[in-house]
Every structure is written in structure tokens, then in C-alpha cells.
Ligand binder design. Structure first.
Ligand code: PEP
Ligand code: MG
Length: 319
């Protein structure tokens, strides 16, 4: 069976109820992009670019960044590669970037908010990304976006830099949905974004007001909480198919949450490369309609434990 799964991992996925689902990979380097390709990824759904910036004394030069991004795009052939701009702050810090100590760093200057305080750092990264060829294989994704105006601002920056570089082609630009306000305002987001990707790790943290790093809250900080699921549903209903919505948080690769997300209407799941074969195999066996019929019931439940209990037999029945 494992042998069969590996062979089929390179083929596209259609569920039994005819939903086309892209199964992409989460990566942190060009090396992992090559692994993702070997594992059969339909693309890269999230390259966490901050790994290029960690464990060194200074930020990587524009050329070094470009080489890493180019190698990642090359590794996936013509499949799309989504590279996320620097997401530093809160749990991820850089020695050469002294951010002021604040009482609540997870609610502070992090992700795209850093653009205001460190414009050169982010502009250099954008220039490195815009140097990738061909740009139609690259997608740029912005983390920690709170509303459409923020993404609009990034688009303007990107267009200004592209004009300076005399580019005639622009990559697609998307936003992560990690902040509840962005989930609830997804209709406006979809007008500015070419694609959206739900970061369920942070959306759970901010939706439940539970620190994702706090071991005392680990069991309760559950993506299957009906409140978090309602934020995901709001994201999907607000976009009304105007732009594709994927998921790149850990929930995408989860045996229970993954099928539910597909039933709710996401079109892409981005998971660890090693999970691609088994996630694809499960999705091929999935009749998501069986779960879709019960979504309203699940969302009306009082807590995550109730959702888990009801969802487990539903997923079994759908496979
Ligand atoms: C997320 O928040 O779900 C996500 C994918 O981003 P990260 O885990 O890097 O914060
Ligand atoms: Mg995140």
C-alpha cells in the first residue's frame, strides 16, 4: 500500500465527490523544495522565508536570497511556489534586528507590520523575489495581514519596485488569513488578493486568545473549536469563489481537520513534504459531501471536544 501511495503521489487529486484539491508542501529552503518535488507536491503552499534569515549575524544579501528563491522555483518545475515574506516577531527573533521589548510580542510589530519599522529589509526581500524567473511560477504571500488596505499597500510597493526594475510581468500576490479581522473581512481581501491561505496555527491562537507556545493551553488551543471553524467558514463565504483559498497551517495535514477543511470548500492543502503521499491517498478515497452535510451541526456545537467526537465517525464514513 505504501508503495502504491508513493507512485500515485505525483498525480493530481480528485475526491470521490469530484473536488479537485491541490496538495502542496510547506518548506523552509531550496533543499526542502527539491524534497517536496520528489514527494509529489503539486506546488509549494508556504515557503517560510524566515529560515534564510535565522542563525546568522546579518540579513542575507539580495543576491543570496534571490538564488535560494530561484532554486526553489526551479525545483518545482512549472508548479506554483508560494514564498512568504519575512514573518519575524513573537516566537521568531533575529539577533541583528533589535525589536523593542513589548509586553505582548504576539500582538506587536510582527509579520507585515515590520515593513513600517524595517522598510529596507522588506524592500530588499521583495526585490530579490521579483528577480526570480519566470515570475509566473512565483507567488508572493504576506503574513499577519489585518485588512485589505495593508495588502493594497504591499501591492503598491511591489508595483513601484517592479517599475524600477523595468519588469513587465508581476507575480500573483496573496495574503495569509491568520488574524480574525482578515477572516471576517475576506470579501474586501479577495478584491485585492490573487489568493488567500489560511494559517490555522495563528488563526487558532488569535481566535481563541490562547498562546500557541504555552504548553498549558496546548490541549485547548484546538483548530476544531467551533469559533475557529466559523472564522474559516467566514473566510470562504466572504471570498465567494472570487479567489482561491488554501490552508497552510498544521490543520491541513491533520487526519480529522484536513477532510473537514476540504468539505468546507478549501481548494489547496499545504502540508509537510513527508505527508503528501498519505494526504493525497486519503483525499482520493474521500466523499467530502458526507461531511459537508453536517457542517452547520458541527459549527453549532459548544466546544472543540464535541466537534472532535462528532467528526471522527463522520470522517470514517466519508472515507
Ligand atoms: C500559521 O500561522 O498557520 C502558519 C502557517 O504560519 P506559521 O506557523 O509560520 O506562523
Ligand atoms: Mg503564522
Amino acid at each position: 500500500r505504501a508503495e502504491e501511495e508513493r507512485a500515485e503521489a505525483h498525480l493530481e487529486v480528485v475526491t470521490r465527490d469530484n473536488r479537485m484539491i491541490e496538495v502542496a508542501a510547506n518548506i523552509g529552503s531550496a533543499e526542502e523544495a527539491r524534497q517536496a518535488s520528489d514527494c509529489g507536491a503539486d506546488g509549494v503552499g508556504l515557503m517560510r522565508s524566515e529560515f534564510l534569515f535565522l542563525g546568522r549575524d546579518a540579513a542575507p544579501e539580495e543576491d543570496d536570497q534571490r538564488q535560494e528563491y530561484q532554486a526553489s522555483v526551479d525545483a518545482l518545475g512549472s508548479r506554483p511556489v508560494i514564498i512568504r515574506t519575512l514573518d519575524i516577531g513573537a516566537d521568531k527573533q533575529l539577533p541583528y534586528l533589535t525589536l523593542p521589548a513589548v509586553p505582548n510580542p504576539a500582538l506587536g510589530v510582527r509579520g507585515m507590520r515590520l515593513w513600517q519599522t524595517q522598510p529596507a529589509l522588506l524592500d530588499t526581500q521583495l526585490r530579490a523575489l521579483l528577480g526570480v524567473k519566470p515570475l509566473r511560477h512565483l507567488r508572493i504571500m504576506v503574513p499577519m495581514v489585518s485588512d485589505a488596505s495593508e495588502l493594497e499597500w504591499v501591492r503598491e510597493r511591489m508595483e513601484a519596485l517592479a517599475a524600477e526594475m523595468r519588469l513587465t510581468e508581476l507575480p500573483l500576490l496573496g495574503a495569509m488569513i491568520e488574524v480574525p479581522s482578515a477572516a471576517l473581512c475576506s470579501a474586501a481581501m479577495a478584491k485585492v488578493a490573487d489568493f488567500l491561505s489560511i494559517g490555522t496555527n495563528d488563526l487558532t491562537q488569535y481566535g481563541l486568545a490562547m498562546d500557541r507556545e504555552d504548553p498549558q493551553l496546548a490541549a485547548q488551543a484546538d483548530v476544531l473549536h467551533p469559533g475557529v471553524l466559523r472564522l474559516i467558514q467566514a473566510t470562504l463565504s466572504g471570498t465567494a469563489n472570487r479567489c482561491p483559498v488554501g490552508v497552510c497551517g498544521a490543520a491541513a495535514g491533520d487526519d480529522l481537520a484536513g477532510p473537514l477543511l476540504v468539505a468546507m470548500g478549501v481548494s489547496e492543502l499545504s502540508v509537510e513534504p513527508s505527508r503528501i503521499a498519505s494526504v493525497k491517498a486519503r483525499l482520493r478515497r474521500l466523499d467530502a459531501a458526507v461531511i459537508a452535510r453536517e457542517i452547520d451541526t458541527l459549527l453549532a456545537m459548544p466546544d472543540a471536544a464535541s466537534v472532535r467526537k462528532a467528526l471522527a465517525p463522520l470522517v470514517d464514513a466519508a472515507l
